[in-house]
Design a protein around this ligand. Structure first.
Ligand code: PHE
Length: 376
């Protein structure tokens, strides 16, 4: 601010002289007109219309003038500031419109260009199905358990009550990695590629205190030839529940829940007596054919390819855990009981998605995998 105004005449205050105000205004208008873009105009605005601009500073001088002079000086400065603000606004609109037009041109996307053709890949449908099955049980409070694929014979057979002379142990079924005789002195167990996921039952029981609720998905190996319906490497999913008071009714309810989650509310299961060394009683489990729902049975006009008109689809094995298995794992069979089931999911993938040849599942050709998409 300048020194007190002795003469009380606005003309005497240098910054309030009409030609000074005019000069400030014209300078401002020239700067506004030459601002090339919105950013430049922002700077011009600060310099010529901001708090420290010449016109704003001149405006402050008015307060020191006598009343009659105030009005005249106020009008002059006010008009100049009004002209500057108007010019700023008009220029702002012009520059914004120019910028928008430029952005439209610069950022235009040519939608006719070919898109990126790199293949995206997809999860293998076996993984997706295995995850989905595991999810059903995780939602019921089960835990996912895993075990090694190269397994001690003791876990794969002995602990599961499969004795040394059991046919499943022979070379026709089992890939032996190291026989007992190959083991070091005193070693009791040979080493095999696991023939089923049941050894994970044993590992889970040894690792945890009951109650135990686990689901074990995993790869298993049997010395089969690879053909349309067999593969030496396949995927099983096995379930084990050990608690007080579990019965076969719990097993049946759990199986029904699983098939209903996958195939629809009206699908049920049935159990047919069977034998497994590690379960007693044991059963083979079937589910109602979800395609014909049994209507193809005895009805030649309506044959069903999914269940070969049998009305049922075989899933796998199940039963109440044999007390011998519980004892082998240090679980008291007087107090605890449990159920288990296991099945191969390649078969389920085959009938669920009409895959005709098992080799398609195994060979890893993306042309097979891609149509299943990137399901997460
Ligand atoms: N482990 C058996 C198999 O591989 C399946 C099974 C699991 C049967 C659990 C009963 C209970 O064939």
């Amino acid at each position: 601010m300048s020194a007190p105004n002795k003469s009380y005449d606005p003309v005497e205050v240098e910054t309030l002289k009409p030609e000074e105000i005019e000069r400030m205004r014209d300078e401002a208008l020239a700067a506004i007109a030459s601002a090339a873009d919105v950013d430049a105009l922002r700077e011009v605005k600060v310099a010529h219309a901001g708090d420290r601009s010449p016109l704003a500073l001149a405006n402050r001088e008015i307060g020191a003038l006598p009343p009659h002079a105030k009005a005249e000086a106020g009008k002059r400065v006010g008009q100049a500031r009004g002209a500057v603000n108007q010019a700023l606004k008009a220029r702002q609109e012009v520059l914004e419109a120019e910028r928008d037009d430029r952005v439209l041109v610069e950022e235009a996307v040519d939608v006719t260009l070919p898109y990126d053709r790199r293949p995206e890949g997809a999860r293998h449908p076996l993984t997706t199905l295995s995850d989905r099955l595991a999810d059903i049980f995780v939602a019921m409070g089960y835990e996912v358990a895993e075990g090694p694929e190269v397994e001690a014979e003791w876990f794969n057979f002995d602990a599961l009550n499969i004795w040394a002379d059991h046919p499943a142990r022979t070379m026709q079924d089992t890939f032996f990695v190291q026989g007992k005789e190959g083991g070091k002195d005193g070693e009791e167990s040979g080493v095999v590629l696991r023939t089923h996921t049941s050894p994970v039952q044993i590992r889970s029981l040894l690792d945890r205190e009951p109650p135990v609720y686990v689901i074990c998905p995993g790869r298993v190996y049997r010395s089969d030839e690879l053909d349309a319906t067999h593969t030496p490497v396949f995927t099983q999913i096995e379930l084990l529940a050990i608690d007080e008071g579990l019965t076969m009714a719990d097993l049946k309810g759990t199986l029904d829940h699983m098939v209903q989650s996958l195939f629809g509310d009206d699908i049920t299961t049935r159990l047919r007596p069977n034998y497994f060394p590690f379960t007693e009683p044991s059963a083979e489990m079937d589910m109602v054919c979800y395609v014909c729902r049994g209507e193809s049975v005895g009805n030649p006009d309506r044959p069903c390819r999914t269940c070969s008109s049998e009305g049922w689809i075989e899933l796998g094995g199940c039963g109440m855990v044999n007390p011998r298995v519980l004892i082998a794992c240090g679980v008291d069979p007087q107090k605890y009981s449990g159920f288990a089931f296991g099945f191969g999911i390649e078969r389920m993938l085959m009938f669920r998605h009409k895959v005709e040849d098992m080799r398609d599942i195994v060979e890893g050709d993306v042309r097979f995998t891609l149509p299943f998409g990137m399901e997460i």
